[in-house]
Each structure stands twice: as structure tokens, then as C-alpha cells.
Design a protein around this ligand. Structure first.
Ligand SMILES: NC(=O)c1ccc[n+]([C@@H]2O[C@H](COP(=O)([O-])OP(=O)(O)OC[C@H]3O[C@@H](n4cnc5c(N)ncnc54)[C@H](O)[C@@H]3O)[C@@H](O)[C@H]2O)c1
Length: 437
């Protein structure tokens, strides 16, 4: 024990403390205190290292990130230089322009919508948490693209209310284009919490801040065709039932529609939900079939083609990104103002839901044939039974409501749209040599 003490005493203390030694009693107490201080100091260092390890551990971790950990991630925001960037990005540059906060701006649809708004002279500020659901380097490349056209993407989570409030303090956004979400139907079986985190908690967090903002913005947000779930009446119309979701993803989007109704009803928020039907195109999402089919055909890997019961065809109403962007912009342009202020409703506000599809479902096997022609490679088809893991047999949009009220008119067929996608894919991944993640 005394050896240990003498060893600890070898570590130099501060000269001032040495000078204060007067009696053996004080001396012993001081030695004890200094040992305690050292112990506390090293414990803090140890604790700090553990915390750093937990919060900064690289994405080499093969397990999907725990959403609660994701929400604890800290981002750098704030300060005069940051506020200046926010203001400049959101500045309206055209007569009658709008200023829009685009959530999920580093995502597939978010990047295209942000770029289109900026091109018209609207003010655009992006927000994205750059999560690793799919290769984040693709999100960073989209960010760089937007940066070049003057769109700043703030790095943060929609669950961070303090950040959202700060953004509304710096900019009086007239509109919010809410596209941030956990997408994909199958991943819900692996990481269900991420859907609750982004699609439910995140939506509520955003609406809470919007309802308290003065003025309240009008909100346009992405729901999904997946809300039609097991509905068999075709084409899917906004009036059809949406209470039979086939995946947790669909259930969270359906919940989003109900949450939107509540915030419209209580707080007078103007809310428009857009049910997108399988969006595809350049800068697309690597987890979607058209994207990974392209990758795997080029690699010579076999691709799974699902078949429903009794050799039933699986088909999708593939919708080209430019058509979706036009629909989003039309929804923003026709959105009426929210009617509440200071968190209180002053009168009824607009509440809308639209299908944004292409109205021409294509069997997935036809999609593969088009890709084979464009890539000049024969695919190795692996026909499989459609698993019961969230996918539905077909989607088909009735778009007459969007046509009538938004002037929405999709104009790109699958052949033309895939040609543009393949051209982008080959140039982005260096002729297919650099493999997509
Ligand atoms: N692409 C489609 O075919 C399709 C179909 C139906 C609906 N949608 C919906 O459209 C929207 C855009 O889809 P996408 O294809 O561009 O997906 P995407 O995954 O490419 O984009 C979503 C973006 O949101 C970000 N994000 C996720 N959670 C977040 C959070 N908590 N805070 C901040 N950012 C967060 C992600 O990092 C990502 O960049 C989503 O709401 C999606 O559910 C897409």
C-alpha cells in the first residue's frame, strides 16, 4: 500500500500544493486528495475514450446503425458563417419565388427537386443526415452537385428540434418539401426502428416546428404508393382503401398521412401528401431493382425475378424522376398558405393527397429485357416466388386527380427513362468497371 502511495507520489503534483504541506495529517489528506484527483482524471480520460469509441466508430461496423444512436449523433451547426451560408442558399432570386426547406436533399428525389427549384430562382436549403442505408458516397456526390448550383445541405436529423427551430429562426421558409425518410420495404425486417425514427418520430418533430413557426410554412411531403398495400382494385385511386399495408414501410407512410390530417386539423397547417410510384432515373437509389439489376447484369451475376402465385406477373408503375419533379413543383406552387400562427389554428387549411405515377405498369421481366438491350449484355434470370416480405404484386396509378388539380402529365416512357439512367450509371461508375455499392 505504502509502495503504491509512494509510486503515486512520484507523479509530480503542482508546486503550489507542495508548498501548502504543513502537518503529517494535512500531508496525508493532501496525498489522499491528489490520488483521488488523479484517479478521477484517469477515469474521465477512460470514460471519454469509451464515449469517443461509441459515437465516432466508423461505418465499418457491418451491423445496421441503431436508429437511437443515429439520433444521438452530433452534427456541427450554428455560428455566423454557417448562418450566412443558410441565408444565402435560401435567398429567393426570382420575382414571386418561394423559399423552400428540402429535407432529404442528399437523397435521390431530394437532389432533383432541389436542383429544379434552384434553377427557377427559388430559395432552397437542404437538410439531410447522410445515413448509411445505402452508399453514403453517392449522397456526398449529389451534395457536391447541388453545392455547385448554390444549394447548401445542412447536415442534421429531422428529429433535432433545436436545429429545425434555428433554421426557421434564420429563414422564414414559405414552404417545406419533406422528402427525408427511411425508404425501402425489405429493410424494415432488418431495422424496423429506423422507419419509426425517420418516418414517424421525424415527421412529428418537423410538423411540431412548422406549426410553431411564424409564419407557418405550407408543407408538401412524400407518402408512397405502398399505402395501397393489398388493394386489388386497379388503377389505384386516392379514394381506395389504404388500411392493408403489406410492409412496415407502408404502415409508417400511412401513419404519416393520418399525422398530417391531425396537424392540419388542429394547427391549420397546409399539407399535401404525394404518393410516388416507383421512381427511377439518374442519381437513383442503389437499393431499387432497376439499379441493382443494372449492376448485377454488368457483373454477370444472376438477378432474381419474382413471380406471384400461379405464375402471376409482378409489375410496377415505373415513374421517371423528371415527371416526379414536375409533380412536386406543381404541388408546391398550388399549395395554399397555412392558416395558423403561433401554434394556433385560425381557420381551415388545405389538406391534399395525390398519386404521382405513370399510369402504365410494366412487368419486371420487361424491365430486364430493356436493360439487356441498353447494356448489350444478357441477364442471368433467376425466377423466384414473390416472398412475403413487403413487396406487392403490382402497382398502377390513377393520376386523374393530379392531372386535374396539378396539371401533372408524365411524359417519359420506361425505355426512354432507362436509357438516361444507363447513360448516367455508366459514366458515374466508370463504364461499369467501378462497382456500385
Ligand atoms: N424513390 C421511390 O421510388 C419512392 C417511392 C415512394 C415514396 N418515396 C418517398 O420519397 C422520398 C424520397 O425518396 P428517395 O427515393 O429520394 O429516397 P432516398 O433514401 O434517396 O432519400 C431520403 C434521404 O433522406 C435522408 N434521411 C433519412 N432519414 C433522415 C432523418 N431522420 N433526418 C434527416 N435526413 C434523413 C437520407 O439520408 C436520404 O438522403 C422518401 O420519403 C420516400 O419514402 C420514394
Amino acid at each position: 500500500m505504502s509502495k503504491q502511495m509512494s509510486h503515486l507520489d512520484d507523479i509530480p503534483s503542482t508546486p503550489g500544493k507542495f508548498k501548502m504541506e504543513k502537518s503529517p495529517f494535512v500531508h496525508n489528506r493532501l496525498r489522499w486528495h491528489s490520488s483521488l484527483a488523479k484517479l478521477t482524471f484517469w477515469s474521465c480520460i477512460f470514460l471519454g475514450l469509451i464515449l469517443i469509441f461509441f459515437f465516432r466508430s466508423p461505418s465499418s461496423n457491418p451491423l445496421p446503425q441503431d436508429p437511437s444512436r443515429r439520433s444521438l449523433r452530433t452534427y456541427n451547426w450554428g455560428g455566423p458563417a454557417w448562418e450566412k451560408r443558410v441565408r444565402s442558399s435560401a435567398r429567393v432570386r426570382s420575382h414571386n419565388g418561394i423559399s423552400v426547406l428540402v429535407t432529404g436533399a442528399a437523397g435521390f428525389v431530394g437532389t432533383h427537386v432541389s436542383a429544379a427549384l434552384k434553377r427557377r430562382g427559388d430559395g432552397v436549403l437542404g437538410l439531410d443526415n447522410f445515413n448509411d442505408y445505402y452508399d453514403p458516397s453517392l449522397k456526398r456526390a449529389r451534395q457536391a452537385l447541388l453545392e455547385r448550383s448554390g444549394v447548401f445541405i445542412v447536415e442534421g436529423d429531422i428529429n433535432d428540434s433545436a436545429l429545425l427551430r434555428k433554421l426557421f429562426e434564420v429563414v422564414a421558409f414559405t414552404h417545406v418539401m419533406h422528402l427525408a425518410a427511411q425508404a425501402g420495404v425489405r429493410y424494415a425486417m432488418e431495422n424496423p426502428g429506423s422507419y419509426v425514427h425517420s418516418n414517424i418520430a421525424g415527421l412529428v418533430s418537423l410538423l411540431e416546428v412548422c406549426k410553431s413557426a411564424n409564419p407557418q410554412p405550407a408543407i408538401v411531403w412524400a407518402s408512397s404508393s405502398s399505402v395501397y398495400g393489398l388493394n386489388t382494385k386497379v388503377p389505384f385511386s386516392e379514394k381506395d382503401r389504404t388500411d392493408q399495408p403489406a410492409s412496415l414501410y407502408a404502415a409508417t407512410k400511412k401513419a404519416g398521412e393520418e399525422i398530417a390530417h391531425t396537424y392540419n386539423h388542429i394547427y391549420g397547417l397546409s399539407l399535401t401528401g404525394l404518393r410516388f410510384f416507383t421512381v427511377y432515373g439518374p442519381w437513383g437509389r442503389p437499393d431499387m431493382a432497376y439499379f441493382f439489376f443494372t449492376r448485377d447484369i454488368l457483373k454477370g451475376k444472376s438477378i432474381p425475378i419474382f413471380e406471384a402465385a400461379n405464375h402471376g406477373t409482378v409489375a410496377r408503375d415505373f415513374t421517371y424522376i423528371d415527371d416526379i419533379v414536375k409533380g412536386c413543383l406543381a404541388a408546391l406552387d398550388t399549395a395554399e398558405k397555412s392558416t395558423g400562427s403561433g401554434g394556433k389554428r385560425k381557420g381551415p387549411a388545405q389538406l391534399r393527397v395525390y398519386n404521382l405515377g405513370n399510369t402504365s405498369p410494366v412487368p419486371v421481366s420487361d424491365l430486364v429485357s430493356i436493360l439487356e438491350r441498353l447494356l448489350k449484355v444478357n441477364a442471368k434470370r433467376d425466377i423466384m416466388k414473390l416472398p412475403r416480405n413487403g413487396d406487392v404484386q403490382f402497382t398502377h396509378a390513377n393520376i386523374s386527380l393530379a392531372q386535374r388539380e396539378l396539371g401533372y402529365k408524365p411524359s417519359t416512357d420506361l425505355q426512354t427513362g432507362l436509357k438516361k439512367f444507363v447513360r448516367w450509371y455508366l459514366s458515374y461508375y466508370n463504364g461499369g468497371k467501378k462497382a456500385a455499392g
